[in-house]
Design a protein around this ligand. Structure first.
Ligand code: MN
Length: 238
């Protein structure tokens, strides 16, 4: 395939990802999803600043790993693009990033005694300690909580480490995948796991997956991502 065909397919996938995440209630008017440029690993693709449900392939812009817009043009860009830039720079394994304010996840960013953990097999990628980024440690007591520059993006990426998810206190979360489709899949199931976990915690003592169960489940689920993507994508055509 030529680079231009590859790039056009990527733009279409990214537009689909935006619409899927809206349909699956991960994003609303806010939140964004990106993918590493399949034709140049030192760049990533991200929509111009607009609501995810309205993104088309023509809205997709290219950025470098410092968050600078490439290719010229006077486009309005997402303020928090540095989340994506810094994670792609820090994590060569990552090819998709979803940042959202998904409602079911936010409580786990603000309740000190609650820790997001895998409670069902679809949440297997949540094994280990899911880090929670406290922006007060990096931007003081009076910030607007947004990742509005590359320094904060790098601090967030450092907190994320090798995790699939980083929580952001009082704000939301950022989820990564080894592909765009895996990032979307994980963003959907981060929210699902959070909903199930909160419901279970309200009922009583919770049995969590062991790390071994979680890793095995994640491996099994990784083979099923296209089934979910194809179905979710078909629902965006309605
Ligand atoms: Mn945000």
């Amino acid at each position: 395939m030529t680079d231009i065909t590859t790039l056009n397919d990527a733009r279409q996938d990214l537009a689909d990802a935006n619409r899927i995440l809206f349909k699956q209630d991960v994003v609303d008017a806010f939140g964004h999803v990106s993918m590493r440029d399949p034709t140049n690993p030192n760049q990533f693709l991200l929509s111009r600043n607009k609501a995810p449900a309205t993104v088309t392939p023509a809205d997709v812009l290219t950025f470098d790993l410092q968050g600078n817009l490439l290719g010229g043009g006077a486009h309005k860009v997402y303020l928090e693009r540095f989340i994506h830039a810094a994670i792609y720079a820090a994590r060569p394994d990552v090819h998709g990033v979803v940042h959202s304010h998904a409602k079911a996840v936010v409580p786990f960013t603000i309740v000190k005694t609650a820790r997001l953990r895998p409670v069902c097999h679809m949440g297997g990628f949540l094994s280990g300690i899911i880090p929670n980024f406290e922006i007060r440690d990096h931007a003081g007591m009076g910030s607007d909580l947004l990742i509005r520059d590359l320094r904060l993006g790098r601090d967030l990426a450092q907190k994320m480490g090798s995790s699939a998810v980083v929580l952001m206190r009082g704000h939301g979360s950022t989820v990564v995948g080894m592909s765009l489709k895996q990032a979307v899949f994980r963003a959907v199931y981060t929210q699902n796991n959070a909903q199930i976990q909160a419901a279970a915690m309200a009922l009583g003592e919770v049995t969590y997956l062991t790390d071994e169960e979680a890793l095995a489940a994640d491996e099994a689920n990784t083979g099923q991502i296209s089934r979910a993507w194809d179905f979710w994508s078909s629902q965006t055509q309605e």
